[in-house]
Design a binder for this molecule. Structure first.
Ligand code: ADP
Length: 430
């Protein structure tokens, strides 16, 4: 199975596992809460049974002075036992409270009532209301085989849900923490995976581009050399000049490409060594524009220098500074389908910063492309751009150099509407 298929499969499998683990954890926690609830119910039932036994015991000690055996005890209770008139409200409250304490039920508030066979309330706690009957625990206050009127004790005691959550808190917190770690680790892994994939695509794109860029001049040089060795040409000095000029031109082009790659490699190692000097930015811009004038003319384009800054002195590295202006102008020229109309503007700010704007009327770019053009190797993969050759290194270099000069760069653009690159650099006095 190749990587293309394996990545989505891994993502799906891990997502399913994480969802599965989450589901299992939730049902475990749910089950644990249910078990706690059942345990609480059992304890309360137990408390009621104990209360009944204690009430019986107390009743017998109140009514008879002698010790009865089990049978006569039951017989006596079955025939005589009644709460009515034998116990006060406070006595019952005290018995229930003690039994709750014995059963370790950490519950301070409860309400109760006792009804007779006609369902009339014969005894109740201070704040007992009819609503408390709902969901109340109950026990009949009579021995199993009693044929006397049965009385029933209703105990209303609310389970403290927070208590359950507090008791299970560590479990819930731990499972949330671990699950979050798993999800985060998963997200990071997936991101790394996709980044790696993107990187390998970018690398193979780059190698293709580079091969192409170097092969074309090599082929031209080879043809020119063939021509030079041709019998007819060898004695024609004009032709020799043309062909050797071609070889020189192509050689220059190749050199430029290699230089670009070397620039990128140097940036990778963060080896930007600037030789700072006071430069007149206008002079540099004019020089670069002049050097490019011929190429722009060939495309029937124009370059308009509106160098309005009152003081254009910057402290910069001359070579790098010329390179960044060249790269911006080169792109402005490359990424236009019609005759390129390039405008370069400068502006001096009150705080000493110098702004240089390079505007074009080219193909422009969408927001997504704008966000990525400063990444190394990034090239927009749309429409006509395929026809334009490049390594996707130019703007990453420009940005690195601008930032090394403590400057900033930004782009404004819209598809079909051209682009404007704005560089802001600190002025000469720093
Ligand atoms: P390269 O030009 O070698 O591809 P760059 O880093 O100079 O590399 O540019 C990166 C990408 O940004 C280009 O491939 C192109 O898609 C886009 N781009 C750069 N400048 C412009 C511009 N002036 N107009 C439109 N798109 C541009």
């Amino acid at each position: 199975m190749n990587a293309r298929k394996i990545y989505p499969l891994i993502v799906v499998l891990i997502t399913l596992s994480v969802v599965g683990i989450l589901f299992i954890q939730m049902s475990w926690i749910n089950n644990a809460i249910k078990l706690k609830h059942e345990e609480f119910q059992r304890s309360v039932d137990n408390v009621l049974k104990q209360t009944r036994e204690t009430v019986f015991g107390k009743y017998l000690t109140k009514q008879t002075n002698y010790i009865l055996d089990e049978d006569s005890r039951r017989f006596y209770l079955a025939n005589h036992f009644t709460i009515e008139g034998s116990f006060t409200k406070d006595e019952i409250t005290e018995i229930i409270r003690r039994e709750l304490k014995n059963s370790n039920i950490k519950q301070s508030s409860f309400e109760y009532c006792i009804t007779n066979i006609y369902k009339n309330v014969i005894l109740h706690s201070d704040h007992f209301t009819a609503a408390d009957m709902e969901g109340a625990y109950r026990v009949e206050l009579a021995p199993e085989d009693s044929y006397r009127a049965r009385e029933t004790l209703f105990l209303s005691i609310r389970e403290d849900k927070n208590l359950i959550i507090r008791e299970m808190g560590w479990m819930i917190v731990a499972s949330i923490v671990f699950t979050t770690i798993i999800v985060l680790a998963f997200a990071v892994t997936v991101r790394t995976l996709f980044n790696q994939k993107k990187l390998s695509e970018i690398k193979s794109d780059f190698i293709n581009n580079m091969t192409h860029e170097l092969k074309t001049p090599l082929a031209t040089i080879s043809l020119a050399i063939d021509a030079l060795t041709n019998e007819k040409v060898i004695h024609d000095t004009d032709k020799i000049k043309i062909y050797s000029g071609m070889i020189k031109e192509e050689n220059k082009r190749m050199n430029k490409q290699v230089e670009k790659i070397l620039q990128a490699a140097r940036l990778e190692k963060e080896e930007i060594k600037l030789t700072l000097q006071k430069l007149d930015a206008h002079q540099v811009i004019s020089k670069v524009a002049h050097n490019m004038a011929l190429q722009i003319q060939e495309k029937n384009g124009s370059i308009d220098l509106r160098l309005a800054a009152t003081d254009a002195v910057v402290e910069a590295d001359e070579v790098h500074f010329s390179n960044i202006i060249f790269n911006l102008l080169d792109n402005a020229m490359k990424y236009s389908t019609e005759a390129p109309k390039i405008v370069v503007e400068t502006l001096k700010h009150g705080n000493g910063m110098l702004t240089i704007k390079v505007k074009d009327n080219g193909i422009g770019m969408d927001r997504e492309t704008q966000a990525r053009i400063f990444e190394k190797f990034y090239r927009a993969h749309t429409g006509n751009i395929h026809n334009v050759k490049g390594f996707g290194l130019g703007l990453s270099y420009v940005k690195a150099i601008v930032e090394a000069h403590d400057g900033r760069i930004k782009v404004e653009s819209a598809p079909g509407k051209g682009s404007t690159f704005t560089i802001t650099l600190p002025g000469g006095i720093r």
